[in-house]
Design a protein around this ligand. Structure first.
Ligand SMILES: Nc1nc2c(c(=O)[nH]1)N(C=O)[C@@H](CNc1ccc(C(=O)N[C@@H](CCC(=O)O)C(=O)O)cc1)CN2
Ligand SMILES: Nc1ncnc2c1ncn2[C@@H]1O[C@H](COP(=O)(O)OP(=O)(O)OP(=O)(O)O)[C@@H](O)[C@H]1O
Length: 207
């Protein structure tokens, strides 16, 4: 990023949105993660997906551990999660037996195993973490550019893999988020309250 004003602006929005989600109580967090899992598992997306990219949640992000467990045990899906090394992120297959550790950011990861790594082109659906999103489905991430770089090959919406942002409802930013040329385009966003698709006029969740 070369524009210091834009970097500062994105930093300010990131701080505000991160603080919103850390203010959620444990009960709100627990309700949100089970609502999200229920919505995703009950959706039509599940019928046509075999290989799913997900991530182990950290610090205030909507919880993904029960979702991952259900995808593996009940839905019998193949689940791949990010393993970061340097500037790279690889998607590695996990199951209930996979040994887990904490990476340099304090995020849960499987022990690196090159034999379990998949080319992200072969994922059907990728659930993308985000700090914020807006009504046009622009995404603000943690600022590492990992998802932008990993999915730069994708030609845009409608091309595989389907990129689904997942988030707490409070991560929807009321104003348009600043965008940069390399930002990936999300195909949809799912929160604990609602689904968002491109072009949908909806601004508020229907509870
Ligand atoms: N749960 C989860 N896993 C994920 C991501 C994510 O957003 N959420 N990522 C999405 O890209 C990748 C990791 N990206 C990251 C990018 C920046 C920071 C970061 O700057 N964290 C601290 C500083 C940590 C430190 O270096 O001490 C910070 O927020 O200040 C963390 C992770 C891969 N795995
Ligand atoms: N396709 C790309 N190729 C090379 N560098 C990239 C690419 N996409 C993003 N970057 C770099 O990554 C950095 C962070 O980008 P940005 O602030 O948009 O991250 P983010 O989307 O918030 O993070 P993340 O994707 O990790 O959640 C930028 O400085 C940018 O130069």
């Amino acid at each position: 990023m070369h524009d210091p004003t834009l970097a500062e602006y994105k930093g300010r929005i990131r701080r505000e949105l991160k603080s919103r989600r850390t203010q959620l109580t444990d009960q709100q967090q627990a309700n949100a993660e089970s609502a999200l899992a229920q919505k995703l598992l009950g959706s039509l997306f599940m019928m046509s997906t075999k290989r799913i990219g997900l991530y182990f949640s950290c610090k205030g992000e909507i919880g993904t551990f029960p979702l991952i467990q259900k995808l593996l045990l009940d839905a019998k899906k193949q689940v791949f999660v990010p393993v970061v090394s340097g500037e790279r992120m690889r998607f590695q297959k996990v199951d209930e037996q996979t040994p887990l550790l904490l990476n340099r950011y304090g995020i849960t990861e499987p022990e690196p195993d090159p034999l379990k790594v998949i080319n992200p082109r072969f994922l059907d659906l990728v659930c993308v973490p985000l700090v914020g999103f807006d009504a046009d489905l622009n995404r603000l991430g943690m600022g590492g550019g990992f998802y932008d770089r990993t999915f730069a090959f994708r030609q845009g919406r409608g091309h595989k893999p389907f990129l689904l942002g997942i988030a707490h409802q409070c991560q929807m930013y009321e104003q348009p988020l600043p965008t940069e040329s390399w930002d990936i385009k999300l195909d949809a966003v799912l929160t604990d309250k609602d689904w968002y698709f491109p072009g949908s006029e909806k601004q508020k969740p229907t509870d």
